[in-house]
Design a protein around this ligand. Structure first.
Ligand code: CTP
Length: 397
């Protein structure tokens, strides 16, 4: 998504500048060409050399340096996207007034590309009607805004917004801005993730090793492609991605109910969860003591959520399932695709190193309804998520 993209990263002078270094680094690592433009105050916080080393490109800091007078027009016109992080109260005020008294504001006034700003300031400054009006004016002019968030400020903890969003959040918003007009822009995507757990008594449960990573990465990637994403998540300790709305569930029956509610409006369902397949016929109302001796359980199968959606899918909805197998994976996956009436099934073999649960990578084969089979190499789960969405998006017509 970032490869070959030209991003101008404007940095104004606030302590959150240090986070902009991570932003520059992550954009560069992702393949973007990053040109950093600093205000004079920003250069007091972080030396230009730091950004030059991180991006491998010269940093613009003045209209009056060699090439500066035309550099702002070149940067403004060549950029695919402009991000200003941090955007201080003063910078926001200058941009809202249409001032162009330094190289960053000149680039912004001459811009053709979409602009994302990440305000960062003292909470009192952010709460002032002047700042509010300036930001409202920029939003009305089509400028996208991420944050600020409540949390620690340089001057101490705060319950009120002021703190700049984290680089990962800014990146997600930036990607979404670039994805405007793409195939998933404005689509409703429902993703399930994680295990579910079935109670035996108030303390004990039956569950499985699913971490939720795959589904969380699919949800994050779909949101970055412009979709409205609902992430239905079983119990997992993962940090939720920025953007998708999350519904937390515990048991397979709860996950089924949530899917049923969300399904009628879904253009794409990605069923990456590993719902518990069995539940105990009896659930004790008190914790059973170990001293009571051996315990026999009778388990019954839970509902097959994917199969149960067959009658209530939106016409044309794209349905993606997963299959984690321990042998004969392709044949078993093909059987599940047909039985559950899927467009795509993502299969992996849990016995292969680097694939399956509790690892950051996956090695998958994706089968489609028409009989196609794509064998993907070992990739991290986010790259697998993107590969799945490339195929799914091509079907969302
Ligand atoms: N799935 C589901 N409901 C369940 C179990 C699984 O919707 N109760 C979904 C999974 O999210 C996945 C797909 O079905 O997308 C295949 O899951 P898997 O556990 O491999 O399939 P099962 O139908 O449980 O097949 P089996 O246990 O026979 O291997």
């Amino acid at each position: 998504m970032w490869a070959g993209r030209h991003v101008v990263l404007g940095v104004s002078g606030g302590i959150a500048c240090y986070k902009s270094c991570f932003l520059a680094r992550r954009l560069t690592e992702a393949g973007a060409r990053v040109d950093v433009v600093l205000t004079q105050a920003a250069a007091e916080f972080v030396r230009p050399l730091t950004f030059e080393a991180l991006t491998g490109r010269p940093v613009a800091r003045s209209l009056w340096e060699a090439g500066g007078a035309l550099a702002h027009i070149r940067l403004a016109h060549e950029a695919d996207l402009i991000i200003v992080a941090p955007a201080t109260a003063h910078l926001v005020a200058r941009v809202a007034q249409g001032l162009a008294d330094d190289i960053l504001t000149a680039v912004l006034l001459a811009r053709r590309a979409p602009l994302l700003i990440a305000p960062a300031m003292n909470d009192e400054m952010y709460a002032r009607p002047e700042t509010e009006a300036n930001l409202a004016r920029l939003r009305a002019a089509g400028v996208a805004q991420v944050g600020p968030e409540a949390g620690a400020l340089a001057e101490g903890p705060s319950e009120r917004p002021g703190r700049m969003s984290e680089p990962a959040t800014i990146l997600a918003h930036a990607a979404r801005l670039l994805a405007r007009g793409g195939p998933l822009d404005g689509r409703r995507v429902v993703v399930t993730a994680g295990p579910t757990r079935e109670p035996l008594d108030p303390v004990r449960v039956i569950t499985n090793r699913s971490s939720g990573r795959m589904g969380f990465d699919v949800a994050a990637a779909a949101w970055e492609r412009g979709a409205e994403v609902v992430l239905i998540a079983g119990p997992t300790s993962l940090e939720p991605p920025a953007g998708p709305s999350i519904r937390r569930v515990d048991t397979t029956a709860q996950m089924e109910a949530a899917v049923r509610e969300e399904l009628p409006s879904a253009d794409l369902l990605v069923m990456a969860a590993a719902p518990a397949d069995y539940r105990s016929v009896e659930v004790a109302s008190r914790k059973r003591a170990r001293g009571e001796g051996s315990l026999s359980l009778t388990l019954e199968p839970t509902a097959d959520i994917l199969a149960s959606t067959r009658g209530s899918r939106k016409p044309g909805a794209v349905i993606v399932g997963f299959a984690l197998e321990t042998g004969d994976a392709v044949a078993r996956g093909r059987g599940k695709l047909e039985r559950k009436d899927l467009d795509l099934i993502v299969i992996n073999d849990a016995t292969e190193p680097g694939a399956g649960f509790e690892v950051a990578t996956n090695r998958v084969t994706i089968l489609d309804r028409e009989g196609g089979e794509r064998v993907l190499p070992l990739m991290d789960k986010r790259a697998v998520a993107d590969a799945i969405l490339d195929l799914a998006a091509a079907r969302c017509v």
